[in-house]
Design a protein around this ligand. Structure first.
Ligand code: AHG
Ligand code: MN
Ligand code: MN
Length: 338
C-alpha cells in the first residue's frame, strides 16, 4: 500500500511563495482547531452542550452552546502563531484583536464561521467550519482592513464533520481534501485536485422558500422539476442538508448546484448567507475546482464588502448550471428595462 501523505508533508511539498511559511503555520493551527471542534461536536450530548443559549448573535439568530464553544476553540488555536493579526467570526459582532506579543510575524486576517449548519447539530447531521485568510495592509488591523473582495483571499477552506472529518482547502492552486484519522490524530490527503463537473442533474435549495424567490430562480427550479418533460429534457434530483459545508462538499465530489437566493421572506436581509465567512471562501474553493459562483447578477468574489456580517444571494457549483442561472437573471433585467 502506498503510504498516504499527511497534511504536514503536503504543505512541505508546496512551491515556495511569499505566503508559504505563514500558510503552513496557520493551516497547522486551523487543522488543530478542527480536530478539537470535531471532538467537541462528537461528545456534545455527553458533555451536555447540545442545547441553545439565551443569547443571540449579531444576525439575530439564537446561539447554540456549540456555536460559542467552537468559536472559542477556533480563536484560541489561531491567536498565537504570530501570523494572525486579527480575526472575525460569525458569532462575534466586532473584529477580534490579537495581542501585540502574538503579532510579530505577519499581518494575516482570519475570518470564519465556526459552526456552519448549527440547526443540524443536535439531530446528528453533518456540520462544518468555514475559514478565509486575507492579508491586512495594516499591522494593527481595523474593520476597514477586512473589507476586501473575495479575490484577495490567500487561502480558504472548510472542515466537514460528517461520516468522516475532512479538511478541504485552496491556496489558489487547486483544491485538496484531507481525511482525519482520529486515532492517529492526522489529516491525510485523500481527495487530490478536486474538480466539479461542468454539468449536473442535481440541485440543492430550500424549496419551502419558493414563493419568496425572484422570477429567474423560480424559472430555473421549475425547469428542473419538469425534468425530461420540460425544456431541460433530463430529470433532476434534489438534496437539501441545510449545512452549506455538506452541500458544497457533495458538489465537489459529484457535481451539482447549490442556491440560497434572494428572497422576500426577510426583506431587510439580502439573502441568508454571509459574504465574508460563507460565500467568499466557498466561492474561492468552487472556482478553484472549475465551478462557478454568482449572486445571480455578479461574481461573488468581485463583490466589495461594506460590512463584516453582510449577506448575499448565492448560487454556486457546476459551471453550466450557474451560467444558466446568470443568463436567466440577465434576461429578467433586460425585460425590466423595457
Ligand atoms: P449557520 O448555521 O452558520 O447559521 O449557517 C446555516 C446556513 C447554511 O449552512 C445553510 O445552507 C442554510 O443556513 C440553511 O438554511 P435554512 O435553515 O433556511 O434551510
Ligand atoms: Mn454558516
Ligand atoms: Mn455558524
Amino acid at each position: 500500500m502506498v503510504q498516504p501523505v499527511n497534511l504536514d508533508q503536503f504543505l512541505a511539498q508546496q512551491v515556495e511563495s511569499e505566503h508559504s511559511q505563514a500558510l503552513t503555520s496557520m493551516l497547522g493551527d486551523i487543522a488543530f482547531a478542527c480536530k478539537r471542534i470535531a471532538t467537541a461536536i462528537n461528545t456534545g450530548a455527553i458533555t451536555g452542550n447540545m442545547g441553545s443559549l439565551a443569547s443571540e448573535n449579531i444576525q439575530g439568530e439564537v446561539q447554540k452552546a456549540l456555536d460559542i464553544i467552537t468559536n472559542d476553540i477556533f480563536v484560541e488555536a489561531n491567536q498565537t502563531s504570530g501570523y494572525v493579526a486579527a480575526m472575525a467570526s460569525e458569532e462575534i459582532d466586532d473584529i477580534i484583536e490579537v495581542a501585540e506579543k502574538y503579532r510579530q510575524k505577519g499581518n494575516y486576517l482570519l475570518v470564519f464561521d465556526p459552526l456552519d449548519g448549527s440547526s443540524n447539530v443536535n439531530v446528528n447531521i453533518s456540520v462544518g467550519t468555514i475559514f478565509s485568510v486575507l492579508k491586512s495592509a495594516n499591522s494593527h488591523p481595523v474593520l476597514a482592513d477586512f473589507l476586501q473582495t473575495g479575490t484577495a483571499q490567500i487561502c480558504a477552506g472548510y472542515a466537514l464533520y460528517g461520516t468522516s472529518t475532512m479538511l478541504v482547502f485552496t491556496t489558489g492552486k487547486g483544491v485538496n481534501g484531507f481525511t482525519l484519522d482520529a486515532e492517529a490524530g492526522e489529516f491525510y490527503l485523500t481527495h487530490a485536485n478536486m474538480q466539479i463537473a461542468a454539468d449536473t442533474q442535481e440541485f440543492a435549495v430550500n424549496m419551502s422558500n419558493y414563493r419568496f424567490w425572484q422570477e429567474p430562480v423560480q424559472r430555473y427550479v421549475d425547469e428542473c422539476l419538469l425534468g425530461a418533460d420540460g425544456e431541460r429534457e433530463k430529470d433532476f434530483n434534489m438534496r437539501w442538508v441545510a449545512s452549506m459545508v455538506a452541500e458544497v462538499h457533495r458538489i465537489l465530489v459529484r457535481g451539482g448546484v447549490f442556491m440560497y437566493p434572494l428572497d422576500t421572506k426577510l426583506p431587510a436581509k439580502a439573502g441568508k448567507l454571509r459574504l465574508m465567512y460563507e460565500a467568499n471562501p466557498m466561492s474561492f474553493i468552487v472556482e478553484q475546482a472549475g465551478g462557478a459562483s454568482s449572486s445571480g447578477i455578479q461574481r461573488i468574489l468581485d463583490i466589495q464588502p461594506t460590512g463584516l456580517h453582510q449577506r448575499v444571494p448565492v448560487m454556486m457549483g457546476s459551471r453550466n448550471e450557474v451560467e444558466r442561472l446568470i443568463a436567466y437573471h440577465q434576461l429578467d433585467a433586460d425585460n425590466q428595462s423595457f
